[in-house]
Design a protein around this ligand. Structure first.
Ligand SMILES: Cc1cc2nc3c(=O)[nH]c(=O)nc-3n(C[C@H](O)[C@H](O)[C@H](O)COP(=O)(O)O)c2cc1C
Length: 372
């Protein structure tokens, strides 16, 4: 909590923008746009960029660039930005990924990270001829996958692992990833909100990524994940990232009107199609508690429930919310925008300075603050 709040942005490496709406979105999924955006982002307070992985058109995104290749290219085009590439266990072999990341980490001087996503789109797996495991089995596989990555990256010599999904025997990785002070190995993020995802967040991943949530929805997850972390053998404490779609405007009315227009112009068939597809996520679990299980039509117009975080209004209003999420345990806010390039600049110029001021006030007011 003593550390400044960190910021990440969603790399728009899929077409169609971050909201499924016909409202104008000044963004582009191509590399030229993304290269400039990454450079702008690292100069405007962003420490991380998260590349998404989709293998097939879904939810209005007709074209998509693969996440690991794209992340590496962005890492090479920047100097300080850390790039997080989404990867699916089941599609990647952990040893191959461990090797790929080690090389990419050297190419970027220790700035490569992964987001382990367990998969929600069954059509994607079946189209590629891959078996589709039941929800909690997918997370059990992800748990092993992360442990294998850690074992390979940190073991001194032959890595060993024997699990239900993966076996590694005397695997020697040379070179190991870059030795970055305070980082035992390339960071491992994990996206997902179900009971199984929370367990993995607390026990094996470095970062737990939450979908967009209101204050209580976020706190409730933090508490549960920290509960798992208490009894786990961890190299470092678990950290929390929270998704939010930011609409920062000089006036509150302008920001609210923009949200209204996004929803009014929603691409209904695509949103409804998405609602059907995500039944394979939280809703397919015994306790029906995962991501999207209780999302409304409006929520789903931003596919990671980003409106729920309510980072919508003036810079001052947004900074207040950011600080409250920090009080509740957020280490990082993951942001999406309508017009990426210009709004990332607006964030750096108008929102970030107020966040930093309010953080200093918070530290003076509540110096002992840990998670509330
Ligand atoms: C921040 C974040 C990023 C994600 N990125 C991807 C992605 O790039 N590709 C993907 O297939 N799923 C992605 N997911 C989906 C998750 O891996 C998971 O399938 C989904 O959150 C459902 O989780 P649940 O079943 O635990 O509720 C992401 C989730 C979050 C929260």
């Amino acid at each position: 909590m003593q550390e400044p709040l960190k910021f990440a942005y969603w790399v728009p490496n899929v077409s169609g923008g971050l909201v499924t709406s016909t409202i104008e979105q000044r963004t582009d999924w191509g590399f030229e746009y993304n290269r400039k955006l990454a450079q702008t982002a690292e100069n405007n307070g962003f420490e991380y960029a998260l590349s998404q992985i989709r293998y097939m058109a879904s939810y209005g995104a007709d074209h998509q660039h693969e996440a690991t290749a794209f992340s590496l290219a962005l890492g090479l085009a920047t100097e300080r930005l850390k790039v997080i590439a989404a990867v699916h266990p089941g599609l990647w072999e952990p040893s191959v990924l461990a090797k790929w990341v080690a090389t990419a980490d050297h190419l970027t001087n220790g700035r490569l990270a992964v987001n382990v996503v367990s998969g929600w789109l069954k059509a994607e797996f079946t189209a590629m001829g891959q078996p589709w495991l039941e929800h909690d089995e997918r997370y059990r596989r992800s748990n092993e996958f992360i442990r294998v990555l850690r074992e390979i990256w940190t073991s001194d010599g032959g890595a060993e692992f024997a699990g239900d999904f993966y076996r590694i025997r005397d695997f020697d990785l040379k070179p190991r990833p870059v030795d970055v002070p305070g980082r035992p190995h390339p960071e491992i993020f994990q996206g997902g909100n179900s009971t199984a995802a929370r367990y993995n967040g607390g026990t094996v991943s470095d970062w737990y990524f939450s979908n967009g949530k209101d204050y209580d929805g976020f706190s409730e997850q933090v508490e549960e994940v920290l509960g798992h972390a208490k009894t786990a053998e961890r190299l470092q404490p678990v950290r929390f990232g929270l998704n939010g779609f930011m609409i920062a405007r000089d006036g509150e009315k302008e920001a609210r009107d923009t949200l209204r227009e996004i929803i009014e112009k929603a691409n209904r068939p695509a949103v409804e199609g998405f609602r059907d597809a995500v039944q394979q996520a939280g809703n397919s679990t015994g306790d029906k508690r995962g991501m999207w299980a209780d999302s409304s039509f409006e929520d789903l117009v931003q596919y990671n429930d980003g409106f729920r975080t309510q980072l919508i209004g003036t810079p001052e209003q947004i900074a207040d919310r950011a600080i409250e999420y920090k009080r509740r345990g957020a280490n990082l806010l993951l942001l999406g925008f309508l017009h990426f390039q210009e709004e990332v600049e607006y964030f750096g110029a108008k929102v970030l300075p107020i966040v930093r001021e309010k953080e200093a006030e918070l530290a003076a007011r509540e110096p002992q603050l840990t998670t509330v």
